[in-house]
Write a protein that binds this ligand. Sequence first.
Ligand SMILES: Cc1cc2nc3c(=O)[nH]c(=O)nc-3n(C[C@H](O)[C@H](O)[C@H](O)COP(=O)(O)OP(=O)(O)OC[C@H]3O[C@@H](n4cnc5c(N)ncnc54)[C@H](O)[C@@H]3O)c2cc1C
Length: 409
Amino acid sequence: MSGTGMADSGVGDHTAARDFDICVVGLGPAGRTLAHRAMRAGFRVAAVDPRPDRLWPPTFSCWVDELPDWLPPSAIAITIPAPTVWTKTEHRIERPYCVLSKPGLHAALPLDDAAVFAARATHVDANAVELADGTTLRAATVFDTRGLPTLGNRRAASAHGIFVDADTAAPMVAGNEGLLLDWRPENGAGPDEPPSFLYAVPLGDGTVIFEETSLGLRGGMPQHELRKRTLNRLAAHGITLTGEEPSEAAHYPLDQRPPRKGVAQAIPFGSRGGMMHPCTGYSVADSLALADTAVTALQRGRDPIEALWPWQARLVYWMRMRGLWGLGRITTDQSIAMFEAFFTESERGQRALLSAHDDYTALGAVLFNTVAHTWPFRWRYDLVGWTNRNRWLDFPFDEAPERIAPRAD
Ligand SMILES: Cc1cc2nc3c(=O)[nH]c(=O)nc-3n(C[C@H](O)[C@H](O)[C@H](O)COP(=O)(O)OP(=O)(O)OC[C@H]3O[C@@H](n4cnc5c(N)ncnc54)[C@H](O)[C@@H]3O)c2cc1C
């Protein structure tokens, strides 16, 4: 066993014992947090991932107040004190938002007293995990934190992000400003095309990410379409790129439900376990915040699924799913009207939708009021799904241009 607690599968002290209190399968932000907190709570922890020390590829952000108290400030790369939302008008949201530091977050979640297996799990059960080399790990509790399944035709978050040098980005995003949702009509999409908005924040490393994002479409929006829209927005502000800037892609399902209780299974946690927010596509802050709920439940001999998913949280999830379906069928103008209504709702109402795990009364009220305050009146029928339920289903997006089309060979 090395000082970092790393064990190659089949070698080392822990593999000889192979019996653990907890086995965590998948070391994305959710699994690593859970394994770390369980280890700190005194459990004998095994953690499995093919590349356990890899820094996570995506750039993660969240509201600062969502992060648990135990997380050190070094996990944050940059704070945006009052991000901007553009609907019909400009709204400054007086709630600090942050971009997480990948190395900082990783370092804040050491696994030094856990047995880490650099391996792929081939079978994950309630009390046993089989690794690709045939090793079997047994544990009183197994958490399945292997992330989301592939998208298929499910309701998606799709985004294309371009990393732009801060000086070049300054006409649109300067200093510690950030555009959380930019619905200005600058992306070149017509009224008969599925909507998307711009997300643009500084990353704290001298770059700003400009990310056109689509939420709720079945099967998602293609990367080349999102890229075209991002470039149109930049051009509208006099920003041209070299074409050599690095980029990132997102394409994942938003409807991964919470697990049912009372089923003999490995416990899904993180994005795989219902923590992917159906309306925002965020899961990291919730996974960080809920790790201790799962660990405490185990310390008290309770079922973690029951502790993580009381009826209030399930009701919140159910309401957010209605929001996701609404997002997936409305037009750009309707989105603007709806977000205009939402961002003039109470602070508690906004939090109930964006963050809170179980504030079902405030969420019910804010969803009702958002619909009731959306004008013109007839658009409300689309929002609730009485009309145009499948508006964008199988939308014929343009073909990808040659340059970024996938190679046939
Ligand atoms: C470009 C992009 C930007 C994003 N931005 C944000 C954001 O700002 N905020 C936010 O909250 N979310 C964001 N997301 C969503 C984000 O990916 C997820 O919220 C987050 O990664 C989910 O974390 P997770 O730990 O649940 O799963 P994952 O990060 O998917 O981790 C799963 C882990 O399981 C491992 N694994 C898979 N199969 C096996 C196996 N068979 N055996 C062992 N290990 C296995 C993988 O190697 C991986 O390490 C973004 C996503 C993308 C793609």
